[in-house]
Design a protein around this ligand. Structure first.
Ligand SMILES: [Zn+2]
Length: 170
């Protein structure tokens, strides 16, 4: 039985937005988000760790607080991957993904208020597979990654829901 770690760490959400839409992201501004796939990279180093943060991302009704909350009000979470090594990897992941041809930024500084990254939200276009696979392949090489199967879903009570992996890159 696999459980999302209560330990702290870094996570990436694979999101699908259909249709494209204009969204006001708090005080950051209003952006036109094209339809397609996005990766959001965040970290959970507070109490409750990754499990609490990811459960919060799944809740539909909540006070909008983080930049990503505004997008999640419109987008669907397709997949999740995490690293619970305790290292702060979010900026490295964001830079790695930004270096891939075809990855674009549509909302500058989203999720990146406290660092120098152009954004922690990356637009992948109409197919997520080469990018999402590349991120996961990189993580498999990390010996302290203890999630491996970040494809199961937390429900708001914090226990694991049913497997809900709709992503098929084969
Ligand atoms: Zn950053």
């Amino acid at each position: 039985m696999f459980c999302l770690p209560e330990s702290r760490g870094t996570y990436a959400l694979l999101l699908e937005l259909i249709p494209g839409t204009e969204i006001t992201v708090g005080r950051l501004g209003t952006f036109l988000f094209p339809a397609g796939y996005y990766v959001y990279i965040g970290s959970a180093f507070g109490g409750g760790g990754l499990a609490a943060r990811l459960a919060r991302h799944h809740r539909r009704y909540k006070k909008l607080f983080w930049h990503i909350d505004y997008l999640l009000a419109h987008a669907r979470i397709v997949d999740i991957t995490t690293d619970a090594s305790g290292k702060r990897l979010e900026c490295a992941w964001a830079r790695m993904m930004l270096g891939m041809p075809g990855v674009r930024i549509v909302a500058r500084r989203l999720g990146a208020s406290d660092c120098k990254c152009p954004s922690h939200l990356l637009f992948l276009g109409s197919t997520p597979c080469p990018y999402w696979d590349a991120l996961n392949i990189m993580l498999e090489g990390c010996p302290v990654r203890d999630t491996g199967q970040g494809r199961e879903w937390p429900n708001p009570s914090g226990t694991m829901g049913e497997q809900n992996n709709e992503l098929d890159c084969r």
